[in-house]
Design a protein around this ligand. Structure first.
Ligand code: MTE
Length: 332
C-alpha cells in the first residue's frame, strides 16, 4: 500500500499470457452447464477435489464447515491459492508492514472472548459474542478472488454468510445510508498499532446497498477451518469486487451511519484510495496501472505471468448495476 514500493514492478504481460476472453467465457459457460446434471456434479466434485488437494489447510485450526454456496458468483473453477501462500503473504498492518509480518507476529492476537458491537442507526443495536455471531446464519463456502490494490490476487475458499443476514436482524433505520466497520486496535497485542502509518483503528465502510449485496461475506473461516489470526480472525468481511483493503479484518464494531464514513486508506492518501475502490482495470492507481495482476503462488517473482484484471474483479454481472450512471473515474 502507500509506503511500499510496488513489488510487482510495472510489467505488462505479453498478449499470449493473457487468458483469451473466449477461453474465460468458455469456462463460465462450463460452470453454468455444470450447475445442473449428473455429469456436471461428477465433474464439479472432481474439480473441487483437485483444487483442495493443491490447497488444503494443514488441519491445525478448528474446522469450520460451510455448505457450497448457491449465491451467484460464489463459485469458480479457478485453481485455489495454496493455503500456505494465502496465510503467509498478507496485509495486516497492525502486525507490521511486510507481507511476511502478519504470519510471524499475529500469534499474539487474542480471539476469545470476542465481541462485535452493532450500533448507530438501527432499531436493534447490540453486542454479539463471537459464538452467537457464528450461529446467526448457516455457514457457506464461497470461492472468491481477492484482488489487492498492489497488483496481486488470490483465489480463496472463504467460509461465512452474507452480511445482509446480520443487517436484516438489526433492522437499520431509514436514514442509515452507510455501514462502517471498525477493527481491533490493541497496542498490547498488535505491535504496529502505535505506528503512524495509519490512523487506528483500521476503518472501512460500504454503502448500504453494497453491504446488503449477497456477495458481501461476513467471514469466519477459510479452507474449511476458522480464520488464522493473520487473515483477520475471528471475523472479517470479504467484498470480492473491491480492492482487498476494503475487506476489513478482526472487526469489533459495525456502525450504521447517514454520511459516508472515513476509511483508513482514504484518510492516509485520499488521491490514491477512494471510498468505492471497486476493482477497475480502466482506472489506474496514480502510481501504477491496474490493468493486470499477478496470481500469488504462480511463481516467477517480478517476471511472473500477469493476467488481465477484470472489471469489478469478474463480478460485473452481479454488482455492475449498483454503480449504474456513476462516473467510476471520479468515484474511484
Ligand atoms: N484489515 C485490517 N484490520 N488491517 C489491515 O492492514 N489490510 C487490508 C485488508 N484488511 C488490512 C485489513 C488489505 S490491504 C488487504 S489486501 C487484505 O486485508 C488482505 O487480506 P489477506 O491477508 O487475508 O489476503
Amino acid at each position: 500500500m502507500l509506503i511500499h514500493s510496488r513489488d510487482d514492478g510495472f510489467l505488462h504481460p505479453r498478449s499470449s499470457e493473457i487468458t483469451p476472453k473466449g477461453v474465460y467465457e468458455g469456462r463460465r459457460d462450463m460452470l453454468r452447464w455444470m450447475a445442473g446434471g449428473v455429469a456436471g456434479a461428477a465433474m464439479a466434485s472432481w474439480a473441487a477435489r483437485d483444487a483442495l488437494a493443491q490447497a488444503a489447510a494443514p488441519g491445525k485450526l478448528a474446522p469450520l464447515a460451510g455448505a457450497k454456496s448457491a449465491v451467484p458468483g460464489a463459485q469458480t473453477m479457478e485453481k485455489l491459492t495454496d493455503y500456505k501462500d494465502a496465510t503467509s503473504y498478507n496485509n495486516f498492518y497492525e502486525f507490521g508492514t511486510d507481507k511476511g509480518d502478519p504470519v510471524k507476529n499475529a500469534g499474539t492476537l487474542k480471539t476469545r472472548p470476542w465481541t462485535v458491537e452493532v450500533e448507530g442507526l438501527v432499531k436493534k443495536p447490540g453486542k454479539y459474542g463471537i459464538e452467537d455471531l457464528l450461529k446467526l446464519s448457516a455457514q457457506e463456502e464461497r470461492i472468491y478472488r481477492l484482488r489487492c490494490v498492489e497488483g496481486w490476487s488470490m483465489v480463496i475458499p472463504w467460509v461465512g454468510y452474507s452480511l445482509s443476514e446480520l443487517i436484516k436482524k438489526v433492522e437499520p433505520q431509514g436514514n442509515a445510508k452507510y455501514v462502517e466497520f471498525l477493527t481491533l486496535a490493541d497496542p498490547k497485542t498488535m505491535p504496529f498499532v502505535g505506528s503512524r502509518v495509519l490512523d487506528w483503528p483500521y476503518a472501512e465502510g460500504l454503502r448500504m446497498d453494497e453491504a446488503m449485496h449477497p456477495l458481501t461475506l461476513l467471514t469466519f473461516g477459510m479452507y474449511g477451518e476458522v480464520l488464522p489470526n493473520q487473515n483477520g480472525a475471528p471475523v472479517r468481511i470479504v467484498v470480492p469486487w473491491k480492492y482487498g483493503f476494503k475487506s476489513a479484518k478482526s472487526i469489533v464494531k459495525i456502525r450504521f451511519v447517514e454520511k459516508e464514513p472515513g476509511t483508513a486508506w482514504n484518510k492516509a492518501a485520499a488521491n490514491e484510495y477512494g471510498f468505492y475502490s471497486n476493482v477497475n482495470p480502466n482506472v489506474d492507481h496514480p502510481r501504477w496501472s491496474q490493468a493486470t495482476e499477478r496470481r500469488i503462488g504462480d511463481g516467477g517473482g517480478l517476471f511472473a505471468k500477469r493476467a488481465k484484471t477484470q472489471m469489478f474483479n469478474g463480478y460485473e454481472a452481479q454488482v455492475g448495476q449498483l454503480y449504474a450512471g456513476m462516473d467510476l473515474k471520479k468515484n474511484y
